[in-house]
Structures are given as structure tokens and as C-alpha cells.
Write a protein that binds this ligand. Structure first.
Ligand SMILES: NC(=O)c1ccc[n+]([C@@H]2O[C@H](COP(=O)([O-])OP(=O)(O)OC[C@H]3O[C@@H](n4cnc5c(N)ncnc54)[C@H](O)[C@@H]3O)[C@@H](O)[C@H]2O)c1
Length: 267
């Protein structure tokens, strides 16, 4: 069902890897709501090919960009404006990857070079993206920028490893850049803190099944799905949220407010 919430709007979606990706669902949702978009992912992820199918399905050009590389970002925003016929109205940053998690390093024995790369990919890329957009004047006044995050930025989830600090940094960039983008261009910047979701990045976390089940039981509404996250993103890109900025918005079925849930104690 479409409400034409994004009719006439233009956007860029980072991070659709396969049909489980949250960004994949967001891309489908925003197009169903009337937007025109370009899609982007790292060259190495694009080789897997699935994003090209999504591009065909949504009539969206796919542009390769490593989100840590300023030249790639410059090219992405310049090309997107050419293709879409002007500045964009919204951008989704849906990027996360931890080298120490991927290589099985525990939090108390991390490789610091990998940690720096993790921060660059998962958090600093968000700053790089916004700085590039500001320099190119690539987003319309009152536009909306979102990044996806997780509650491990505020609370301890031991197996989330260095991604916890990545998310804390990411959320802080949303607040600080949100100030500058707000006063400069009336652009809003927010993060959505999503429930555990079965995706390539999500299921890479050690013990993800237990993590997922615990969160589902703890949350009064259960875990929010990727499709529900896409719905929330569409609202945040729409004109219905013009004065929401510099916020970390929990989209988690109530998990973040819970202290104890008897349904877990009874088990
Ligand atoms: N899955 C969850 O449980 C969950 C929960 C909360 C937040 N999130 C966040 O949602 C976002 C999307 O993750 P997902 O769960 O859909 O997994 P995903 O694996 O489908 O998406 C992660 C994306 O990051 C991209 N990426 C990695 N390095 C990149 C680089 N250098 N340049 C550009 N792109 C790069 C990957 O290609 C991939 O498309 C991430 O920020 C993740 O941390 C996920």
C-alpha cells in the first residue's frame, strides 16, 4: 500500500547487499512511496551482483562507492545529481562492518589497525558522506539524512565488540553534523536504533540467535522487522517529520525502555 509520502522526492540509499539487507527494504519502500533513487554499495559488495537486480526492479541506477573514500563519495553525489536531475531530498547510511568481529578477535584482544578501519567504515564514513554533500550542496533545504544504529552504543552487549564504539561515534556525528546542517541548510540528521535483524551484518555477531530471541522476549512489541524499519525510514524522509533532528530514535518494539520482563524470568 502506498500513501505517496515521498512523491517527487529524490534520494540515495547506501548499503543494499542482498534481499535481507535493511537498505534493500528501505529502497523498495521509498520507491513505492513515490521517490526516485540511486543505489550504492562498496565495489567489492557489488561484485556479488544482487544490487543490480534491485536496481532493475526499482528502475534505479547503481553507482559503486567505497564509503570511506572521498573521491568515490564525490563521484557518487555528482553522478546521482546528474541522473536524478538535481539535488537529493534524502540519504540513508546503512553501513556497518567490524574487522575484529569478522576475524574472530575478542574485545579484550583487538587488533587496533582493524579497529580504526572498523570506525572508518561504520562511523567516519557518515561524516565523510555529509561533509561531501555539504561541499557539493547536494541536498535540498529541509532534506533528511538517516543512519542505522544499535542500542549497544548506550548499553553493554559484550559480543557486539568494537561495533559498540562505532555506533556511539555514529550517533554523535548525527548530533554534531545535525547542528551544522541545520543552521546551514535546514537539513535534519537522525539515527534510527533498530532491533536485531537477520541480515548478513547482523548474523555476523557471535550468538546472534540468542541475542535475537532475548530481545524479542524482552520487547513488549517483539523485535521490529526490516520491513517495519523501512516504513519508519520513509516517514523520517517525508515532510511529516520536518522538525525532528539530531535525535537517536529507537525502533525496537520497546526494548530500550524495559528494565525486566517477567516472561524472561519465568523461563
Ligand atoms: N542487523 C541488525 O541486527 C542491525 C541492528 C541495528 C542496526 N543495524 C545496522 O543496520 C545497517 C545495515 O546493516 P544490515 O543489518 O542491513 O546488514 P547488511 O550486511 O545487509 O548491510 C551492511 C552494508 O554495509 C556495506 N558496506 C560495508 N563496507 C562498506 C564500505 N566500505 N562502503 C560502502 N558500503 C559498505 C555492505 O556492503 C552492506 O551492504 C548497519 O549500520 C547495521 O549496523 C543492523
Amino acid at each position: 500500500m502506498s500513501n505517496n509520502l515521498l512523491k517527487g522526492k529524490k534520494g540515495i540509499i547506501f548499503g543494499a547487499l542482498n534481499d535481507q539487507s535493511i537498505a534493500w527494504k528501505v529502497a523498495q519502500k521509498v520507491v513505492a512511496e513515490g521517490a526516485t533513487i540511486t543505489l550504492t554499495n562498496a565495489p567489492v559488495s557489488m561484485r556479488m551482483g544482487a544490487i543490480k537486480q534491485l536496481g532493475q526492479e526499482l528502475n534505479a541506477e547503481v553507482i559503486a562507492a567505497d564509503a570511506t573514500n572521498l573521491e568515490d563519495l564525490n563521484n557518487l553525489f555528482t553522478k546521482s545529481m546528474e541522473i536524478l536531475g538535481g539535488k537529493v531530498d534524502f540519504v540513508l547510511h546503512s553501513i556497518g562492518m567490524s574487522l575484529n568481529v569478522r576475524k574472530g578477535k575478542p574485545y579484550t584482544d583487538v587488533n587496533y589497525e582493524w579497529m580504526k578501519q572498523t570506525f572508518d567504515i561504520s562511523a567516519i564514513s557518515f561524516h565523510k558522506m555529509m561533509q561531501t554533500m555539504l561541499k557539493l550542496d547536494a541536498i535540498n533545504d529541509h532534506g533528511s539524512i538517516l543512519a542505522l544504529t544499535y542500542i549497544a552504543a548506550q548499553r553493554v552487549f559484550p559480543d557486539y565488540n568494537e561495533m559498540a564504539e562505532s555506533k556511539a561515534l555514529l550517533e554523535s556525528f548525527a548530533r554534531s553534523f545535525g547542528y551544522h546542517y541545520g543552521v546551514n541548510k535546514k537539513v535534519r540528521v537522525n539515527t534510527i536504533s533498530q532491533s536485531p535483524t537477520w541480515t548478513t551484518a547482523g548474523s555476523g555477531v557471535k550468538g546472534f540467535q540468542e541475542f535475537f530471541d532475548y530481545s524479542a522476549k524482552m520487547s513488549p512489541l517483539g523485535n521490529a522487522s526490516a520491513e517495519a524499519c523501512a516504513d519508519y525510514c520513509a516517514v523520517m524522509f517525508s515532510d511529516l517529520t520536518r522538525y525532528v533532528t539530531m535525535q537517536n530514535l529507537f525502533h525496537d518494539g520497546g526494548f530500550s525502555t524495559m528494565g525486566m520482563n517477567p516472561s524472561i524470568l519465568n523461563k
